[in-house]
Design a protein around this ligand. Structure first.
Ligand code: SER
Length: 504
């Protein structure tokens, strides 16, 4: 089954169970102060769970673009180093907003995995929430009983609060969950050690594919749990992992979600991907094909790389990829933008926004590559010199700040390079330097604005730009603006003008 077929089968299955198929929400969140990016499928439905809004359908399903690079769910450091973590990934999900609950969620998950996708039952383990006394929560006996109808009891495992109580963030909807794990190892390996021992042990071949969350609570700002108005279901299945399981691969990067991108990197760089875990070149290729997806989808959804907030997260991810290409694939010229064509070919059908923004995405990435590559080489030389001169294998905060300020090195990139060479970094010192710089620029940005001086009475500026791009004008008012940053400037108001202000 191709990845496209796998995605479609999921959507068709839930459609047949009365679900409305809805589009993915943007990966970038603009109106949620508690989150920067969609980190799971349920983010767009948060208000339905909380009872603030009514959904058009009580059952929906979709595939959601997710990004886990900051906050409570952050997988960035694992990306490239293992075979199954990603910055951007797709989450297939089905939801019930106060409609069906545990019984159907469990039944349908089982039917889809074993009946439609034909995953052998003997490769599946499930977990249920064991309860937590500190939160006054009981063991999820109900879920246990529903699972018992499908799977032998020795495959139903207890899980603790960390693994089996899902929360969106520090606040928000949450609830006990039941995870489905698949053992993809060979029979020989299974005979040596039971899959049961490897569930939730970070084994690359015994992996969680699907999480069924039974949303019943809201975590409030004071940390307490309150019951939601209704019982809901929120499920999330890792699409790339599912593809790995169904395509008989041992790495997500060997599925057709990633192979076209990897082939493109091979073509550009002339380097062959060998799929080795410890190999720097292979890590670099995995990082690049992972990061391009995160960056491309974020830009397509309107988040340009920038120096703060969500834009800086995107810039950091892209700069990380650029540096991997530079150091380990010898790419001294922009090249990541060239992967956009391949990505659009692969995913433009399922995510039309990518197709629509194809050229914008490409241009923005190329520009970012251009600008970072201008300083990267010098920055790396400087970092080498710092390491050569360092005592105790540690780089000070002020030196890291110099790299950030002069060469555009995000702090996590500096930390990553240092860690590769066994060096530590004074991150606290870096933050202090950053804070001081912010204070300096805030002071510099402060302005003193005088009152308007009226030279001639004229309440409206006439716009002549439809007919002319030049004209003779008179100044009707002016005022003086002084700032440390810009010096003394004058603002002028004319009686006529060809200039048209853009805003909004
Ligand atoms: N919210 C759950 C998760 O992200 C299930 O969708 O794992």
């Amino acid at each position: 089954m191709t990845s496209q077929e796998i995605r479609q089968k999921f959507l068709d299955f839930f459609k047949s169970k009365g679900h409305e198929i809805v589009p993915s929400a943007p990966i970038v969140l603009k109106d949620d102060p508690t989150l920067m990016f969609s980190n799971s499928g349920m983010t767009q439905f948060k208000d339905f769970f909380l009872g603030y809004k009514q959904p058009s359908s009580l059952r929906v399903a979709d595939t959601q673009k997710c990004l886990r690079v900051s906050g409570k769910h952050n997988d960035l450091d694992d990306v490239g180093r293992d075979t199954y973590h990603h910055t951007m990934f797709e989450m297939l999900g089905n939801w019930s907003f106060g409609d069906y609950f545990k019984k159907e969620a469990i039944e349908w998950a089982w039917e889809l995995l074993t009946g439609v996708y034909k995953i052998p039952k003997e490769n599946i383990y499930v977990t249920i929430f064991e309860g937590d006394a500190s939160e006054n929560l009981d063991r999820d006996q109900e879920a246990y009983n529903f699972w018992k109808a499908h799977i032998s009891e020795d495959r139903i495992l207890n899980g603790n609060k960390k693994d089996n109580f899902w929360e969106m963030g520090e606040q928000g909807p949450c609830g006990p969950c039941s995870e489905i794990h698949i053992d993809l190892r060979s029979e020989e390996e299974k005979a040596k050690i039971s899959g049961k021992e490897l569930v939730n042990q970070d084994h690359p071949q015994v992996i969680e594919v699907w999480n069924l969350v039974f949303m019943e609570f809201n975590r409030k700002a004071d940390g307490s749990l309150e019951k939601l108005p209704k019982q809901n279901v929120d499920t999330g299945m890792g699409f790339e992992r599912l593809c790995m399981a169904l395509q008989g691969k041992s790495s997500n990067y060997d599925t057709d979600v990633f192979t076209p991108l990897i082939e493109k990197v091979e073509e550009i760089s002339g380097k062959k991907y060998e799929g080795k875990l410890e190999d720097e070149k292979d890590i670099a290729i995995r990082v690049i094909v992972d990061h391009i997806r995160a960056v491309a989808f974020a830009i397509a959804d309107g988040q340009l790389p920038s120096n703060n907030g969500a834009g800086y997260v995107i810039r950091r991810i892209l700069r990380r990829a650029i540096r991997y290409g530079f150091t380990f694939l010898g790419q001294k010229e922009p090249f990541i933008y060239q992967l956009v064509d391949t990505l659009v070919q692969q995913m433009g059908e399922a995510f039309p926004e990518l197709k629509k923004q194809h050229h914008l995405v490409q241009n923005v990435i190329r520009e970012e590559e251009n600008s970072f590559l201008r300083t990267l080489e010098q920055g790396l030389l400087m970092l080498d010199a710092m390491m050569n001169n360092a005592e105790n294998k540690e780089i000070s905060g002020s030196k890291a700040f110099e790299l950030y300020d002069t060469y555009g090195f995000p702090i996590d990139l500096t930390a990553l390079i240092l860690a590769e060479k066994g060096f530590a970094l004074d991150e606290v010192g870096f933050e202090e330097n950053l804070k001081k710089q912010k204070e300096r620029s805030r002071a510099a940005a402060q302005t003193k604005t005088d009152d308007w001086v009226v030279i001639r009475e004229d309440d409206e500026t006439e716009f002549i730009g439809y007919d002319a791009t030049e004209g003779t004008v008179r100044i009707t008012q002016y005022r003086k603006v002084e700032s440390q940053k810009e010096g003394t400037q004058y603002q002028l108001v004319f009686n006529v003008t060809p200039f048209y202000p853009e805003g909004g």
